[in-house]
Design a protein around this ligand. Structure first.
Ligand code: NAP
Length: 170
């Protein structure tokens, strides 16, 4: 199963100003692109902090939420819509593959991105670059690590939004 890290980033290289920063700065085109990409994959994986900024599963796709305490989360949705899990990235890949998913979108935040990068399980990174600078904030990853990448595609999604697609070299 292919794992695509899909994130909106500022020109200053930040994904948010702080952990509880609601992602309302990315703009309509980015939101539409995110919705379309996650629907095509059918599955979206994110950290509990990111999920809490949204507060509900995104409809029409499976939402996998990584938390160290899934038992403390009330879940009234079907497992095909929302799952809280403490499984490792490798275990999540195995489970989603066994459910028939061929692609999953990894949707942040920095802590969860780092877990997946450290496990060498990110196959592709797609960034939409917003014309904005926060100065301080949260980066794509929250620890020192190194990924080698190969640029695959650069597109302009609208007059103000650039999208870059990289393959992660393993
Ligand atoms: N620009 C973008 O595209 C974009 C996308 C996504 C998020 N964001 C932003 O990123 C920020 C959140 O990022 P974040 O890095 O603070 O949080 P995060 O990565 O979304 O979630 C971190 C949480 O995941 C849980 N977790 C699950 N497994 C873990 C493990 N093995 N080790 C450690 N923690 C584990 C922990 O919470 P438990 O206590 O539940 O275990 C941890 O606090 C928000 O501001 C959000 O808006 C931006």
């Amino acid at each position: 199963m292919k794992v695509t890290l899909l994130m909106a980033i500022t020109l200053g290289g930040k994904i948010a100003q702080s952990s509880d920063h609601f992602p309302d700065w990315t703009g309509k085109t980015d939101k539409k692109f995110f919705m379309q990409q996650t629907k095509v994959a059918g599955c979206l994986i994110m950290g509990s902090t990111t999920y809490d900024t949204i507060g509900r599963p995104l409809p029409g796709r499976k939402n996998v939420i990584m938390t160290r305490s899934p038992e403390s989360r009330a879940n009234t949705y079907k497992p095909s819509e929302l799952e809280f899990t403490k499984a490792t990235p490798a275990e999540i890949v195995a489970q989603l593959s066994s459910e028939g998913f061929e692609q999953a979108i990894l949707g942040g935040g920095a802590k969860i991105n780092t877990l997946w990068a450290e496990a060498h399980l990110i196959d592709e990174i797609v960034l939409t670059i917003s014309p904005l600078v926060f100065g301080e904030g949260i980066s794509l990853f929250n620890k020192a690590l190194e990924l080698k990448l190969e640029l695959k595609e650069v597109t302009t999604l609208d007059d103000n939004l650039v999208c870059v697609r990289y393959k992660v070299l393993k």
